[in-house]
Design a protein around this ligand. Structure first.
Ligand code: UD1
Ligand code: CA
Length: 484
């Protein structure tokens, strides 16, 4: 059903005192996004006439998140409660018939639940319809007092509960559908009669019900949809639920996740069929993983693009990089930003790459730094190779051709080029270009001195005999001490 007569209103002006944070509550993150973005995303598919977001604390920063996501910010300054927030938004809400009101701190609500709430409101000819949840621990939430099986009489805030009401386990999610022409006059009658001297939106419910208007409640299909983030513990719980949903979506798409509760996946991450993700992995940002890949334990990938059949061995850190089909990296490899590893590349342990292109089938197996390097196909980079890309002022490029053999412990002082098919002798410090098929060798020439070692040992032994004898064993030292 179209929702063109509906205005979405998100209440996001509060500070979030209970979080004990310098950051406004709705800018805290759960499931890889800020709380207010999560709420906006849940509302977007409704196709509402407009989406108003009431902001206050850190208004500038909140607006910067809200506006690109399609929200129209309204400033509530100071914040005199959820009812006051609605009054402040009135002019911007304009002539919509219905308002879908949501708190900015309850991000788990699903679009389908919101659709059903609006539908129930229309079908029941209600003036207010409340999304509620039945929970085992209702503490901290407003309780729903029903006056009949279907109709609500009031919402009572925690601080104002009578002993009987404390038992009620149906809570107010703070998500409502209101018929605006009825809400405004009721809200005008709400008095700030509470400890915080705030105008509570919840008090408008009792006023509407006492006027004989129809106030309905719809129980959320999943009580977690009503979870609000007042404390760090709430944030952790909500994050846990988002992460679980995301992992379940990946598993439904054919991805194996071992010990799933230990794996953290950001919302935009994708992975192909038969990919295996081991325990303790983090897949962050816009990471995209192909089919039949293995991401082994302890690896963290952010904004990485992996082809098919890629193996990431344990404890790799991969930043924004492209790994084509059949690449293998690690264990303990670090790919910083802007690398492209072409098909079949092997990067081994303790190898770091930055801003480098590595050609098909090339291998760098051990203890290497490749920065600002362009390396051809089927080249072998020996253990301990370092591109010296930084001269203290500028970053300089290293270009290595196809089928090159770089011996172990070579320092390639950039800018420098190594031609196709060339060799670099182990231990060389290369400062000049090496032509194709040439050998670059740059190290002191080796001199062997026959018999040198045994002569040296004899000399040392003779010198030792002339010194007064000193006991070096523990027992000897003890004996000596006793003699003293
Ligand atoms: C509110 C409800 C409570 C419900 C709970 C569900 C009221 C009085 N109580 O309590 O019945 O069970 O949500 O999570 O509404 N806000 C403003 N301006 C203000 C005050 C608050 O925009 O002046 C915003 C906050 O930023 C927040 C939302 O409104 O996003 C709810 O406020 P909060 O203080 O979290 O209310 P709760 O105590 O959780
Ligand atoms: Ca809250």
């Amino acid at each position: 059903m179209p929702a063109k007569d509906v205005a979405v209103v998100i209440l996001a002006a509060g500070k979030g005192t209970r979080l004990k944070s310098s950051l406004a509550k709705v800018l805290h993150r759960a499931g890889g996004r800020t709380l207010v973005e999560q709420v906006l995303r849940a509302c977007a598919p409704l196709g509402a006439k407009k989406t108003v977001v009431v902001i206050g604390h850190q208004a500038e920063q909140v607006a910067a998140v809200v506006e690109p996501a399609g929200g129209e910010p309204v400033l509530q300054q100071p914040q005199h409660g959820t009812g006051h927030a609605m009054q402040v938004a009135r002019r911007t809400i304009g002539k919509a018939k219905l308002a879908m009101v949501l708190p900015g701190d309850a991000p788990l609500v699903r679009t389908e639940t919101l659709r059903r709430l609006i539908a129930a409101h229309r079908a029941g000819k209600a003036v207010a319809t409340i999304l509620t949840a039945v929970v085992s621990d209702p503490s901290g939430y407003g309780r729903v007092v029903r006056k009949s099986e279907t109709n609500v009489g009031a919402i009572v805030e925690e601080s104002q509960l009578t002993d009987d009401q404390r038992e009620l386990n149906e809570i107010n999610s703070s998500i409502y559908c209101f018929t605006l022409e009825k809400l405004w006059p009721a809200l005008a009658r709400v008095k700030p009669h509470n400890a915080h001297r705030e105008v509570y939106l919840t008090d408008a419910i009792a006023i509407l019900a006492s006027q004989g208007e129809t106030v309905l409640a719809q129980v959320a299909p999943d009580p977690r949809e009503a979870l609000g983030c007042n404390t760090r513990a709430d944030l952790a719980e909500v994050d846990r639920v988002f992460r679980e949903w995301k992992r379940n979506a990946l598993m439904s798409a054919g991805v194996t996740i071992q010990l799933p509760e230990t794996v953290l996946v950001d919302p935009e991450v994708t992975a192909g069929e038969d990919t295996v993700i081991e325990p303790g992995v983090q897949l962050l940002g816009k990471t995209k993983i192909g089919a039949r890949c293995t991401i082994r334990t302890g690896s963290v990938l952010s904004d990485a693009i992996l082809g098919d059949d890629v193996v990431v061995e344990p404890h790799c850190v991969v930043g924004q990089s492209r790994l084509d089909d059949r690449v293998t990296i690690g264990p303990f490899a670090r790919l910083r930003a802007n690398n492209h590893l072409k098909t079949g590349v092997h990067i081994g342990n303790f190898v770091e790459l930055k801003n480098s292109v590595v050609g098909e089938g090339t291998k760098a197996g051990h203890l290497t730094y490749l920065g600002d390097a362009k390396i051809g196909a089927k080249t072998n980079i020996g253990a301990g190779t370092i591109t010296c890309n930084y001269d203290g002022f500028h970053k300089n490029p290293t270009t290595i051709g196809n089928r090159v053999f770089i011996g172990s412990d070579a320092a390639l002082v950039a800018p420098v080029r190594v031609g196709d098919g060339a060799y670099v002798a182990a231990g060389s410090t290369i400062t000049d270009n090496i032509p194709a098929d040439g050998l670059g060798i740059a190290r002191g020439r080796q001199v062997n001195k026959p018999g040198w070692a045994s002569r040296k040992r004899r000399e040392l032994a003779a010198a030792d005999k002339q010194k007064p004898r000193r006991s070096t064993t523990k027992a000897g030292k003890a004996k000596k001490a006793r003699r003293r």
